[in-house]
Design a binder for this molecule. Structure first.
Ligand SMILES: Nc1ncnc2c1ncn2[C@@H]1O[C@H](COP(=O)(O)OP(=O)(O)OP(=O)(O)O)[C@@H](O)[C@H]1O
Ligand SMILES: [Mg+2]
Length: 249
């Protein structure tokens, strides 16, 4: 099993609200077609999900105001739109892609996944269906609802399914240090790379938070590779354990 997160930084134009990067979507789809093992695909929300999530501060959860709940509605609406458009591209490449809404699969508590309804994914995977999940705004036991990042979902599922590898596709080729990708990072030194991150303060914490999530895979000994989805073959290179972007192990 390989867990692939197609970052919102790649499949949308992060600095242009509600704008797709269809080229990156097609690159991703073309490579997914060639993978010969089970995959769960999770995509980020990029410039569809982060702007409304930030504007209405939905990450803070339910506060009794209509405005906050309205923000949750709008965020769900725009993430659905992005997910539909991406899934359309996947279907055009004849992938058996099926959207599986995380809000109906997961419940969180204090923004961490505490409940997962595994049966639908298990059954779909048995039929060689490619489940497509995404960052979402699920129900949260402590705060009503929250922002659940695709990164947290990817790491959670990697543990549950004992993935062979987790691959994060982004708009840049891995962790950059002075503008150049770092080829190899050991889990022990991962968090020290946070100092090279210029954060963009998106609704789910950007690259710094991604590295924190990834750090939890150390004990599972699951390697992670961060690659660019703007390069047409980096995803496949990572699947085939070839050099591309940043390998974390
Ligand atoms: N040192 C760095 N190395 C690599 N990327 C960096 C660095 N510092 C900042 N970044 C930014 O981090 C971004 C990746 O994190 P971000 O959360 O924005 O993307 P994503 O997870 O793909 O998107 P989404 O959260 O929508 O899924 C890159 O687009 C890059 O601009
Ligand atoms: Mg992110």
């Amino acid at each position: 099993m390989i867990i692939i997160k197609a970052g919102g930084s790649a499949i949308t134009m992060k600095d242009k609200p509600y704008t797709l990067d269809e080229t990156a979507m097609h690159h991703t789809a073309k490579q997914l077609v060639q993978i010969k093992e089970p995959v769960i695909l999770i995509h980020g929300v990029g410039s569809y999900g982060h702007p409304p999530a930030k504007q209405y501060q939905i990450g803070l959860g339910y506060d009794g105001s209509l405005e906050r709940v309205w923000g949750l509605m709008l965020t769900h609406y725009w993430v659905d739109e992005l997910s539909q458009r991406f899934t359309r591209v996947l279907l055009d490449h004849e992938l058996l892609a099926l959207r599986c809404r995380p809000t109906t699969l997961f419940v969180t508590d204090q923004r961490r996944i505490v409940q997962f309804n595994k049966e639908p994914l298990d059954r779909f995977l048995k039929m060689n269906i490619l489940p497509v999940l995404h960052g979402d705004g699920p129900a949260d036991r402590s705060q009503g609802f929250c922002v659940l990042s695709g990164d947290q979902i990817a790491v959670y599922l990697a543990k549950i399914y004992k993935a062979r590898k987790v691959i994060f596709g982004m708009d840049v080729p891995g962790i950059l240090k002075s503008g150049r990708p770092v080829g190899h990072v050991r889990y022990d030194e991962l968090l020290s790379f946070s100092k090279y991150i210029k954060d963009n303060e998106d609704a789910s914490g950007g690259l710094a938070k991604k590295l924190q999530e990834i750090a939890a895979l150390k004990s599972e000994r699951i390697p992670v590779q961060l690659v660019s989805l703007h390069n047409p073959d980096d995803l496949l290179r990572a699947v085939n354990d070839q050099t591309a972007g940043t390998l974390i192990d």
